[in-house]
Design a protein around this ligand. Structure first.
Ligand code: EPZ
Length: 422
């Protein structure tokens, strides 16, 4: 397992190209199951989760190949299997999203229950209730979800989500594109990745609108066709590198970053003392090194995103004064706290909130990544800590961030990836 060695104390100056969004690209790939294609995707991030999704879709019978390199994929052909096996679903929860397209296209699906993960139990009850509303029969047996559409195919319905679940919205949305009649998803998630998926599906011939309103309307069509589509830039990667400027001071141009996708994050950065300006090529982020503590609560979009919680906590650990971070989306997303405290942070967890008392400095130490976003919070702390930090288990990081050591080294960070043979 690889680890990083980081020497703290270097300001960041220069440019970072933001990659395509993991949490959109994965879903756009799954959309290929809804047609014989080909679906040509550009700006795909070169990360482990995308490679896992390629093997899942290939296992289902799709032809997935690189057009020119890993950022440009062609997906075509028709699934000849409807089973998503446990070993892949357990690796990557987003695999559950093949359920909707398989139900819509093949009339059945057998997908392993994803099980929990480090940050929470991650149930899929809202996905399954949505499919039942569309007429599907669902039964759970031996750790698998067996789903079957009615003989005449799925039928449009009005579906009210008790919580604006991103995954449930996406799964139901994809299934509804080929259902008979119209489907309304009320209290739908409004994350920008949903709009990206809708843009791709409409380019494939779907008839969907309302994706930013909270009520998505899908008129079912007979079939979808192939298309070419570019994955949106990764707003979470962009916000993460903005926190790197905040914690180390300095000046970065985040190429491809977009103001419109992350207003709550930009507002929080500015309140904390980080300047964010729109630039012709992306976002210009600067900080003079003095940060102020702020209070934040994670919420569904357009609120402050849970995927930025760990990164902000690292940055606020060296701010003037205290901050409070409240996590309302996942029940166990504070695992970076003990590791940050080992580096000298002063963070106390009180239920779903954490009190962060700013400290003048952090100290390098050996720390361990526990999940994707937590792993980057440790890197952020290491970039400003005195001395050397070793971050182990960075396979968590490689799932969702492309070329972190390359991108940071190019801007002045002292970071080195060490390949462990064992
Ligand atoms: C997506 O997960 C993202 N993953 C997550 O990013 C992100 O944190 C999350 O949305 C919220 O924005 C991908 O897009 C691959 P949810 P998802 O369904 O779809 C509960 C990252 O770091 N819930 O909106 O699983 C659930 O337990 C990852 O990139 C149910 O109760 O998120 C959680 O508490 C982490 N029943 C809350 O809703 C359900 O059927 C949010 O889940 C579904 C969800």
């Amino acid at each position: 397992m690889d680890h990083f060695i980081i020497q703290g104390g270097h300001q960041l100056h220069g440019e970072i190209a933001i990659s395509g969004a993991k949490n959109s690209g994965l879903k756009l790939m799954v959309a290929a199951l809804l047609t014989d294609g080909p679906l040509i995707l550009s700006n795909v991030p070169d990360i482990a989760d995308i490679r896992t999704m390629r093997s899942l879709l290939t296992g289902l019978g799709l032809d997935v190949h690189e057009v020119d390199g890993p950022h440009h994929l062609s997906l075509g052909g028709r699934a000849n299997s409807v089973e998503a096996p446990y070993d892949i679903v357990a690796q990557m929860r987003a695999s559950i999203l093949v359920l909707g397209p398989l139900l819509a296209r093949a009339g059945e699906a057998r997908v392993s229950l994803p099980g929990g993960c480090a940050i929470g139990t991650r149930p899929v009850d809202l996905h399954l209730k949505g499919f039942e509303a569309l007429g599907a029969e669902i039964d759970l047996e031996g750790g698998y979800i067996n789903a079957r559409a009615p003989a005449g195919g799925l039928r449009g319905a009005r579906i009210m989500l008790p919580f604006p679940s991103v995954g449930a919205t996406e799964n139901i949305l994809m299934a509804a594109t080929l259902a008979k009649g119209t489907t309304e998803i009320v209290n739908a998630a409004r994350e920008p990745e949903i709009a990206d998926l809708v843009g791709c599906l409409n380019a494939m011939g779907a008839k969907i609108h309302g994706e930013t309103s909270g009520t998505i309307v899908i008129e079912g069509v007979e079939r979808l066709h192939g298309a070419e589509y570019a994955v949106m830039p990764d707003r979470i990667e962009c916000g993460t590198y903005a926190c790197a400027v905040g914690i180390t001071g300095g000046d970065l141009l985040l190429e491809g970053g977009r103001m419109g996708d992350q207003e709550a994050v930009i507002q929080a950065l500015q309140e904390a003392g980080v300047s964010v300006q729109e630039d012709a090529r992306g976002l210009r982020v600067q900080c003079n090194g003095r940060l102020q503590g702020i209070d934040l609560t994670t919420e569904p979009y357009p609120g402050f995103p849970t995927d930025m919680q760990a990164q902000f906590m690292a940055m606020l650990s060296v701010a003037e004064g205290a901050s409070m971070m409240t996590e309302t989306i996942f029940e166990n997303r504070f695992m970076h706290v003990p590791e940050l405290n080992r580096m000298g942070a002063r963070i106390n967890i009180q239920g779903r909130s954490a009190i962060i008392r700013g400290v003048p400095r952090l100290s390098g130490a050996p720390v361990m990544a526990t999940d994707l976003r937590a792993s980057f919070s440790l890197i952020l702390a290491a970039l400003v800590a005195e001395g050397e930090t070793e971050v182990s288990r960075i396979y968590h990081l490689d799932r969702g961030y492309e070329g972190v050591d390359r991108k940071l080294s190019a801007c002045g960070a002292a970071i080195q990836r060490v390949h462990n043979t064992h």
